[in-house]
Design a protein. Sequence first.
Length: 271
Amino acid sequence: MSKAPQRLAAAIAWLAALLNFFPIAWMALASVKTEVEAIASPPLLLFLPTLDNYRAIFAEQDYASFAFNSIVISVITTLLMLLLAVPAAFAMAFYPGAKTRDLLLWMLSTKMLPAVGVLVPIYLLARDLDLLDTLSALVIVNTLSNLPIAIWMLFTFFRETPKDIIEASRIDGASVLQTIFLVLLPLVLPGIASTALLSIILCWNEAFWSLNLSAHSAAPLTAFIASFSAPQGLFWARLSAASVLAIAPILVFGWISQRQLVRGLTFGAIK
């Protein structure tokens, strides 16, 4: 009887995993069909696979350029975000003020604001600063939009760290920077790693700002997918192939780093 709840939980987990994986599998199947087969009704499950869609994409589009932009934006945004979030979370966790909790709630509430609500002012700022269609604009916007989540996560990890260790380092004469980099960061490394991994995933999947602030030079893979929407209509097979090429790197990255991500997200949960 004791194993029944575990088996039920495992069955529910497998069902949820299959439901989440189904759209990806269906998209991958559509990417190796012809356009006629991709829109057939009822859907064709038996067909002769073809790689013509992938050949056409590499022949007509500079996939490497889009992928390079996505990598640059994700990596630089993550580094800049950690540079800002670590000291902020450290101060809030170990030297809280009367309004620290209110400040954290206010930062988190900014994530509830629809991005389209601030599109016009941010677009005008980027235009006036000559930042349209530049990697700098996307790095800045992604950093600011993901910073509240990073500070919240790091604040939670830092709060789980015993304050006695921090106080002991200060008594030994360590400066604030030495305390952060030599004492605190090694203790909460799993939490910092999970925050960085989540930031990379969020930046890679960001589409709204990529489509509105970039055109060609700084366009990442999310814009690469959108480029296959033509006035003549959607070419589902080729669009599916472009989507597979866009999500494949982050899927592989997430699969490789999933253990570290789970370890970091559960860091401090069990003492």
